[in-house]
Write a protein that binds this ligand. Structure first.
Ligand code: UD1
Length: 429
C-alpha cells in the first residue's frame, strides 16, 4: 500500500492548479442517468472516487468515454468525459458498490425518476459518523415514491412516475438536496425544496440541469423551485473548481509560509475560510486567474471556528484547519457541528506533537512551537490531508500510511506540492 514521506520545513512558493471539484463531479456524473442523450462534462478530476463511480454507472448501462490526451495539452487540466445513458439496463446498485462510496447512493432519485423503480443498498456506517439517509427518503416519498427497506436495500418504486411536491427538510443535507433535485427534474409539475443545502456544488448541478432543459429558480439559495420535464436533453458542462482543494492548499501555504497562486480558484466559493485565514495572519488576494495566498513574516494567530453548512466554514476543511492551528501562536477552539465523529485526525496530529484536547464536539488546540515528524495513519479523506499539512511544518520525517484515502479526493497532491518546493514523495511498496 502506498505511503507518503514528507521532510518538513520547506516553504511553499509557486503555482498550484486547482482541479475540478470532486463533490460536484460525482453528482454531475450521476446526472447523466436522467437523459438518453449525451452529457459531456469537462474538467472532471482524475480521482479514485470518480473512477469508482464511473464503474458503478457503467453497471446501470451508461456508456462512457474519456477524451484522450492531445499534443500540447496541459497535463494537469481535468478530463473531458462523455456519458450516454441511452438505455438503463440495471436499476440495482448493490452493497459491494454503494458501501465503497456513499455518493453512489445518489443514483436512487435519478433511477427512480427515469425508470420508475430502483433498488439501492443502504450506504451503511462511515468513519466520520452514522450518516443516515432518512432525509433522502423523506424527500423522495414526498414526490410520490413508495419505499421499503429489504435486506439492507432501499427498494423504491413510482409506477405512475414522480410528481412535484413541497419538500421541507428538517435539517440541511447536501446529499438529500441532490437526490431530490435530480429526481424532481424528471417529475411531473413543480417541486419546491425548502431548507435545501446551498453548497456551490448544488448550484453547479442545477446549472447543468438547466442546460439539459429543466427550469429551476432560486439557484444558490435555500429554496429551490424545480419545474420537472418529461425528458431532459444532453448538454456540455464544465465542473466548477474544487473549493476544498483550494482551502487545503491555502492552509498548507499558511502553515509553511511562502507565496502560492492557486490557479483557477474562486474566492466566492470559500469566503468563510478565506476570512478565517486572513484573521490568522495570511494574505489572500484575488488575481486574474485565481487566488494568491501568502504568509511571509507574520506569525500565525489562533482563530476559533465552528463548522457550518455553506456559506459557513466547511466541515471538509476542519481537519486541515486543525493541522494549521497546531502551530499557531496561542489557543484556538474548533467546534464540529456537522458530523459527530469527525475527529479521527486528532490522535494522529498528537503523534506529531500537537497539543489538542477533545470534549464532545469541540477541540481545543494549544499551538506548540514545534511539531516533530512521526509515523501516522490516514483515516479518512480530509483527515489524511491535515497530516500532510502538519508534516510539511514538522521537523524531520513524517510517514503517512494508508494514503489511498488521499487518492480518493486529491489529484496529484505530491506533484502539486513538490513543484512548490515541498519535500514530499510517494513510496509504493
Ligand atoms: C456531503 C459531502 C461531504 C461533506 C458533507 C457536508 C459529497 C460527496 N460529500 O456529504 O464531503 O462533508 O456533504 O458538507 O459531496 N444527515 C441525516 N439524514 C440524512 C442525510 C444526512 O441526518 O438523510 C446528516 C448527516 O449525518 C450529517 C448531516 O446531515 O450529520 C450532513 O450530511 P450531508 O450534508 O447529507 O452530507 P453528505 O451529503 O453525506
Amino acid at each position: 500500500m502506498d505511503r507518503i514521506k514528507i521532510i518538513g520545513g520547506a516553504k511553499l512558493n509557486g503555482t498550484i492548479p486547482i482541479s475540478g471539484a470532486k463533490n460536484a463531479a460525482l453528482p454531475l456524473l450521476i446526472t447523466a442517468l436522467l437523459t438518453p442523450d449525451t452529457l459531456t462534462l469537462k474538467n472532471v478530476p482524475n480521482l479514485a472516487d470518480v473512477n469508482m463511480l464511473m464503474r458503478i454507472l457503467r453497471n446501470h448501462g451508461l456508456d462512457l468515454t474519456i477524451d484522450g490526451k492531445r499534443a500540447g495539452q496541459h497535463t494537469q487540466l481535468g478530463e473531458t468525459v462523455h456519458l450516454t445513458a441511452r438505455d438503463i439496463v440495471d436499476t440495482t446498485a448493490p452493497y459491494e458498490m454503494v458501501s465503497r462510496m456513499r455518493a453512489s447512493f445518489w443514483v436512487l432519485g435519478p433511477l427512480l425518476a427515469r425508470c420508475g423503480q430502483a433498488r439501492v443498498s443502504l450506504p451503511g456506517g462511515c468513519a466520520i459518523g452514522t450518516r443516515p439517509v432518512d432525509l433522502h427518503l423523506q424527500g423522495l416519498k414526498a414526490l410520490g415514491a413508495e419505499i421499503d427497506i429489504e435486506g439492507g436495500d432501499v427498494v423504491a418504486s413510482a409506477p405512475g412516475g414522480l410528481t412535484g411536491a413541497r419538500v421541507v427538510f428538517p435539517k440541511i443535507s447536501v446529499g438529500a438536496t441532490i437526490n431530490v433535485l435530480l429526481a424532481a427534474a424528471l417529475a411531473k409539475g413543480e417541486t419546491v425544496m425548502e431548507n435545501a443545502a446551498q453548497e456551490p456544488e448544488i448550484g453547479d448541478i442545477a446549472n447543468c440541469l438547466v442546460k439539459m432543459g429543466a427550469k429551476i429558480e432560486g439557484i444558490g439559495s435555500s429554496t429551490l423551485h424545480i419545474q420537472g420535464r418529461s425528458q431532459l436533453e444532453g448538454a456540455v458542462h464544465r465542473v466548477l473548481p474544487d473549493r476544498i482543494e483550494t482551502g487545503t492548499y491555502a492552509m498548507a501555504v499558511a502553515a509553511t509560509g511562502g507565496e502560492v497562486v492557486l490557479e483557477g480558484a474562486r474566492r466566492s466559493l470559500l469566503d468563510a475560510a478565506c476570512d478565517v485565514l486572513i484573521e490568522a495572519g495570511v494574505e489572500i488576494t484575488e488575481t486574474d486567474n485565481g487566488l494568491r495566498v501568502s504568509r511571509q513574516d507574520a506569525e500565525l494567530q489562533p482563530v476559533t471556528i465552528e463548522t457550518q453548512p455553506f456559506p459557513g466554514f466547511p466541515t471538509d476543511l476542519q481537519a486541515q484547519f486543525m493541522g494549521l492551528m497546531a502551530k499557531a501562536n496561542g489557543t484556538s477552539v474548533i467546534r464540529e457541528t456537522i458530523f459527530e465523529n469527525r475527529f479521527m485526525h486528532v490522535q494522529e496530529l498528537v503523534r506529531l506533537g500537537a497539543d489538542i484536547q477533545l470534549h464532545g464536539d469541540t477541540a481545543t488546540v494549544k499551538g506548540v512551537g514545534e511539531l516533530h515528524g512521526a509515523q501516522v495513519m490516514a483515516t479518512d479523506l480530509r483527515a489524511s490531508v491535515s497530516l500532510v499539512i502538519a508534516g510539511l511544518v514538522a521537523d524531520g520525517e513524517t510517514m503517512i500510511n494508508r494514503v489511498y484515502h488521499l487518492d480518493r479526493g486529491f489529484e496529484r497532491l505530491e506533484e502539486k506540492l513538490s513543484r512548490c518546493g515541498a519535500n514530499i514523495e510517494r513510496i509504493s511498496d
